[in-house]
Design a protein around this ligand. Structure first.
Ligand code: UD1
Length: 429
């Protein structure tokens, strides 16, 4: 089995450049299907989730050329299929964006139902509600989602019952070419929602209010790309390096980031006593030289504290003076990784959606699993401060969303290797 071996402890020092945002890219790639022509994208992260999306688009008839590993030309002139294969889409949650993107172009669309994942149940009722309000008929049967329409979708008012990034993205995708005006209330405000809207507007869409609770989309006849579009930097990758710098008592300048997007993370780090300085419009310096103060976090939709930074922050909290509390309010199964930190000597008690984290002096290396993408990042950070060799298994989760992660950490002074061994991965005996 493949594993990362982190030789700790170390102190991170230097500069790191952040890649394009995964969560923006997995919506912008399917958004290119709204164009019967050629889109040119830059700052696309070279991660396995994107390589999977490229395969899906190619299976539908897209022609995709890599100019560099981060620059793609996507020609959707001859997309002929609106049936995405089960093998390609069933395990890949962001494939649900194909529904909103393809229903504009085809009358019958089929994808497989995005399965649950390690974070807990992943309902899509709000996606279905939005598409149905716009005039599509949705049927979920035998593991597939079928979207059909008899005529062009018609603008409407959509009020989401809860704040959902995915459903907001899908509603934007479906309404951009609809007849008339759509308003989305209780919309998600994440930076990647704004990036999707900016991408579509750059091609002639008429979307206002992205980044607020209410988004207004005035349907247009067609989209015409006119220049290369650069995807925003990844908020969570930047946050991961910020926390890693703090946990290792390092000094790291994070380049190619948007400090505004990092504010919820910066605020918590400052509460912990970490020095965070905005060095320029696109870089931030993180320094730490004492034990962090205890703090508490509750995950919330943006601009609240991101659920995707919760596991990494738990490692920082494990090294703090005192006791902190984490409340996870987005996903019901996002504390599985705490079992791995317990193996490394952390003192964490979980009760439902709450974790009580008592600061300890040291973490010790152990074989651990990456339960999901961000949990995997947390294991790397824990390995950086632990004494000894931390072996991290199930690294495919990490490779889904972090570009060149070992190279980036190693350039800051970490010692992490990518190895293979003969174990089957049953570390629990
Ligand atoms: C969510 C996070 C996002 C994070 C991602 C992966 C929020 C608001 N969203 O985005 O920041 O990057 O997970 O960790 O923080 N839900 C429904 N019905 C639906 C859709 C969603 O009940 O139709 C619920 C989900 O079960 C979840 C919440 O709404 O509890 C947020 O889901 P959503 O934002 O759609 O998930 P992602 O887009 O994956």
């Amino acid at each position: 089995m493949e594993k990362f071996v982190v030789n700790g402890p170390c102190r991170l020092n230097g500069e790191v450049k952040i890649s394009g945002a995964k969560n923006a890219a997995v919506a912008i790639l399917p958004a290119t299907l709204l164009v019967k022509g050629v889109c040119h994208l830059d700052n696309v992260p070279d991660i396995s989730d994107i390589r999977e999306y490229v395969k899906i688009l190619k299976s539908l008839g897209s022609k995709i050329t890599y100019v560099t590993k981060n620059e793609l030309i996507i020609d959707n002139t001859n997309v002929t299929s609106a049936i995405a294969s089960y093998d390609l889409t069933s395990k890949f949650r962001a494939s649900y964006y194909l529904l909103g993107a393809l229903i504009n172009r085809f009358d019958d669309v089929q994808i497989s139902l995005p399965g649950g994942c390690n974070l807990g149940a992943r309902p899509i009722d709000q996606h279905i509600k939005a598409l149905e309000k716009l005039g599509a008929t949705i049927e979920v049967k035998r593991g597939n989602v079928y979207a059909t329409k008899k005529s062009k979708l018609i603008g409407t008012n959509i009020f989401f019952d809860l704040v959902s990034v995915g459903a907001t993205m899908n509603a934007i995708l479906a309404s951009t070419l609809a007849n008339g005006v759509t308003t989305i209330d209780n919309a998600a405000k994440e930076p990647h929602i704004v990036d999707l809207a900016n991408f579509l507007n750059s091609m002639g869409a008429n979307i206002t209010g992205a980044g607020t609770d209410t988004i207004k989309i005035t349907g247009v006849e067609k989209l015409v790309p006119n220049s290369i579009y650069s995807i925003i930097p990844d908020q969570i990758e930047a946050g991961t390096f910020m926390v890693a710098a703090a946990v290792t008592k390092g000094d790291v300048t994070i380049k190619n980031c948007i400090p505004k997007h990092l504010e919820p993370i910066t605020a918590k780090l400052k509460e912990a006593g970490v020095l965070v300085d905005e060095v320029s419009e696109s870089s931030i310096r993180v320094r730490m030289n004492t034990a962090p103060n205890a703090f508490s976090i509750k995950t919330m939709p943006y601009p609240g504290f991101p659920t995707d930074m919760q596991p990494q922050m738990c490692v920082l909290l494990s090294m703090c003076t005192g006791t902190g509390i984490i409340v996870e309010s987005i996903w019901n199964s996002r504390f599985q990784y705490t079992d791995e930190l317990l193996k490394m000597g952390a003192d964490i008690a979980t009760h439902g959606s709450t974790a009580i984290v008592k600061g300890i002096e040291k973490l010790y290396a152990a074989p651990v699993f990456a339960h999901d993408l961000r949990a995997g990042a947390a294991m790397i950070i824990a390995g950086l401060v632990a004494e000894g060799k931390t072996e991290i298994y199930h690294i495919y989760h990490i490779l889904r969303g972090y570009e060149n992660i070992l190279e980036k950490f190693n350039s800051l002074g970490a010692n992490i290797t990518h190895e293979k061994d003969d174990s089957e991965g049953d570390l629990n005996g």
